[in-house]
Design a protein around this ligand. Structure first.
Ligand code: HEC
Ligand code: HEC
Length: 414
C-alpha cells in the first residue's frame, strides 16, 4: 500500500514540502502535547498529522541533586570506570555503549566473568525525561537506580557490609579500615586515596580532585596511618547523585527526524520512504505505533504486553512491582531514539532486527493473556514495513552516538 505522493516525490526531486507547524512549545509544562501538521504539495493536499512534540519539556532536576558541571564530570568518571566492579572488568559503559545509543549488542547483557543477566540493556538517550526506570519500572529516579547495578552480583558485584541498597544506612564517614567492604574500600580500589599514588585519568585528574570539586571542600585526616577524606565522604549517596547527574546529560535532539520536525523540509525530500513510514507510524488508521511510542521520546512511559509471545512463567515484568495479575508480562515501552543501533530488541532481546520486529507487529503478535488490544494485524505491505524502518533509521542522532570528547568519551581511556 503506497499513498500516491510517494512515487511522485521519487520522480520529482523538486517537489516542495510545506511544513506548517501550528504549535510551538511555549511552556515547560511536562508532556505538553504538540502537533506538527505537514502538508505535502502539490501531490498530497491532505495534511499528515504528526502528533510528536517538537521539543522536549524542560528537564526536572531533583531538588536534592541540583546539576553542576563538576558533579557531571565526576559522574562520567564513575560511569566509565571498570574499577567500579569488584573484578575490574565492568563499568556502566560496558553495557551502555555510546555507539549503540548507550545500549549493547547482546540479547541479554553480559556482566562480570561473561555472565549474562536476563534482560536486554536499554538505550539511555534522553533518560532524563523518564519517570520510571528499568523494564518493569521498579525505580522512581536515576539516583535510586544507580546503586542497583553496582551491587548486582552479575553486573558489578559489590557487596558492602551495610545494606547497600538503602542509601540511608551507608555510614556518613570513612569509618572503616581499608579492606572492609564498603565505600571507603571502593574509594581505595578506585585509586582515590590521597596518601597513596593516586590513579589519574587521561588528563591527569584524580578522584580526589574530582570529588573535591563536586562535593568539596575536602578535609583530610589520618586514621591508622592512612589518610582519609572525612569531611566530604565518598558515600553511596554521592556516587549515585553524581552518576545520575551525568546520565541527565545524555540528550539526543539532533536526529534527521528532529531536524524535520523543527522545520527543515529538505530532510525527507529525497527520502520519501521515511516520510511515508512516519505517516504510517503516527496514523491511527495505519500502524498507529505512536499510540504507545508517543511524545518527544517515543514512549508513553506505560507498561504493555506488545505481543512478542510472553511466557506467563517467565519474566513477569511489571507484575513483579504491582503484583497485579493483569500486569504479568507487561514491560515499559522503550524509547525508539537511535533504535537502528540498539539491536537486539525487546526486554529479552527477542528479535535481532527491525525487520523481525515489524513482521511481528504486522501479524498482530503472538497472543498471550495480557496482550494489549492495540496490537492487532496491521495489513502492512512489505514496502510499508520497510518504510517504517526507514523512518526509524532517521531517529539516529549521529552527533550523539559518535561523541568521544568531554561529553561521552571515556576519561580512563580504555
Ligand atoms: C552487565 C550490564 C550492565 C551494567 C554493568 C550496567 N547496566 Fe544499566 N542496565 C542493564 C540492563 C540489563 C538493564 C535493564 C534492567 C531491568 O530491566 O531490570 C539496565 C537498566 C538501566 C537503566 C534504566 C533504563 C530505562 O530505560 O529504564 C539505567 C538508567 C541504567 N541501566 C544505568 C546504568 C548505570 C548508571 C550503570 C553503572 C552504575 C549501569 N547501568 C550498569 C545492563 C547493565
Ligand atoms: C501497545 C503498545 C505498543 C504499540 C502499539 C507498539 N509498541 Fe513497540 N513496544 C512496546 C513495548 C511495551 C515494547 C517493549 C516490549 C518488551 O520488551 O517486551 C516495545 C518495543 C518496541 C521496539 C524494540 C525497542 C528496543 O529498544 O528494544 C521497537 C523497535 C518497537 N517497539 C517499534 C514499534 C513499532 C514500529 C510499532 C508500530 C508498528 C510499535 N512499536 C507499536 C509497545 C508498543
Amino acid at each position: 500500500m503506497y499513498i500516491n505522493y510517494v512515487p511522485s516525490l521519487r520522480r520529482n526531486g523538486a517537489v516542495v514540502l510545506v511544513v506548517a507547524f501550528a504549535f510551538l512549545l511555549a511552556s515547560c509544562k511536562q508532556d505538553a502535547p504538540g502537533t506538527a501538521p505537514v502538508s505535502i504539495t502539490p501531490d498530497n493536499p491532505t495534511p499528515v498529522n504528526i502528533s510528536i512534540p517538537k521539543a522536549p519539556t524542560a528537564i526536572v532536576f531533583p531538588v536534592d541533586n541540583p546539576q553542576t558541571d563538576a558533579k557531571v564530570e565526576l559522574g562520567r568518571h564513575l560511569f566509565f570506570d571498570k574499577q567500579m566492579s569488584v573484578d575490574g572488568s565492568t563499568s556502566c559503559g560496558s553495557c551502555h555503549q555510546v555507539q549503540h545509543g548507550f545500549s549493547d549488542v547482546f540479547p541479554t547483557s553480559m556482566g562480570m566473568q561473561g555472565q549474562h543477566g536476563t534482560r536486554n540493556a536499554p538505550a539511555l538517550a534522553n533518560i532524563a525525561y523518564n519517570t520510571a526506570f528499568t523494564w518493569d519500572g521498579r525505580f522512581e529516579s536515576l539516583e535510586k537506580h544507580a546503586p542497583g547495578p553496582i551491587f548486582n552480583s552479575l553486573e558489578m558485584g559489590n557487596n558492602f557490609t551495610n545494606d547497600p541498597r538503602a542509601q540511608d544506612s551507608v555510614p556518613s564517614g570513612y569509618n572503616s579500615k581499608p579492606g572492609s567492604n564498603d565505600t571507603l574500600f571502593l574509594f581505595k580500589r578506585l585509586g582515590g586515596d590521597p596518601s597513596l599514588t593516586q590513579r589519574k585519568d587521561v588528563n591527569g585528574n584524580s578522584y580526589y580532585d574530582l570529588i573535591n570539586k563536586a562535593w568539596g571542600p575536602v578535609e583530610v585526616t589520618t586514621d591508622g596511618g592512612n589518610t582519609w577524606n572525612t569531611k566530604v565522604t565518598f558515600t553511596l549517596d554521592i556516587i549515585a547523585k553524581s552518576i545520575a547527574a551525568y546520565e541527565r546529560t545524555f540528550i539526543s535532539t539532533q536526529s534527521d527526524f528532529d531536524k524535520f520536525n523543527n522545520g527543515d523540509q529538505s530532510i525527507y525530500k529525497y527520502n520519501p520512504e521515511a516520510l511515508h513510514g512516519l505517516k504510517l507510524f503516527t496514523d491511527v488508521n495505519g500502524a498507529n505505533c505512536v499510540s504507545c511510542h508517543s511524545g518527544y521520546n517515543f514512549t508513553d512511559q506505560q507498561y504493555h504486553d506488545n505481543g512478542i509471545g510472553i511466557n506467563q512463567q517467565g519474566d513477569k515484568g511489571r507484575f513483579t512491582v504491582t503484583k497485579n495479575q493483569s500486569d504479568v508480562g507487561k514491560f515499559k515501552t522503550p524509547s525508539l531514539r537511535n533504535v537502528a543501533l540498539t539491536a537486539p530488541y525487546m526486554h529479552d532481546g527477542h528479535f535481532t532486527s527491525l525487520e523481525s520486529v515489524l513482521k511481528n507487529y504486522n501479524s498482530g503478535g503472538v497472543h498471550s493473556a495480557n496482550q494489549d488490544v492495540k496490537i492487532k494485524s496491521l495489513n502492512l505491505s512489505d514496502q510499508d514495513m520497510a518504510d517504517i524502518i526507514e523512518f526509524l533509521k532517521t531517529l539516529t542522532d549521529n552527533n550523539f552516538v559518535t561523541d568521544r570528547g568531554n561529553k561521552f568519551g571515556n576519561p580512563w581511556g580504555n
